[in-house]
Design a protein around this ligand. Sequence first.
Ligand code: ZN
Length: 187
Amino acid sequence: MTERPLDGRHRTIVRLGNPVLRERALEVPADRFGTRFLRDLGRDLVRTMFEDNGVGLAAPQIGVGVRVLAYFVPGEGGRDEVPPTVLVNPTLEPVGGQTELGWEGCLSIPGLRGMVARFPAVKVSAFDTDGQKRSFMAEGFHARVIQHEHDHLDGVVFLDRMTRMDTLMFEEEWEQYAQDKDLPVEI
Ligand SMILES: [Zn+2]
């Protein structure tokens, strides 16, 4: 388990219904790189994500309408761990045409889970909070988390992406009926 960072501030996560979740977030201008505003925002996103037991959090989810997101991938279930990462002005390029269904939830839509189709891999271009350019390939769950968080920057939530609304369920029922069962993979 990744050690939880102690710096940064816990911020309140806004829930579905708050208009900031439905707006397109603004690009971070180049003159904001390396500023206290951006560094603190990145740290606050990571801290809040950990304290609310999420694996990803986008700035609009704490009421800040800029194109910044944070995530990490726990090294569980055969996945390679990806340490806490903050991306500024990220752009995604899907790799491989066929999408895959997988379960998602959202800290702004607490208590619900549903199946969402995502690209199995994406090429990511972004900056860190100091303006260093980062380009890398993300695959599997790593790619899913980034696509989910990137959607938040465009005012899109996972419910909008669901094509199988019969897979929408509450977490308790998901654990009871769906977590370990074979589920539809057709879209
Ligand atoms: Zn979300």
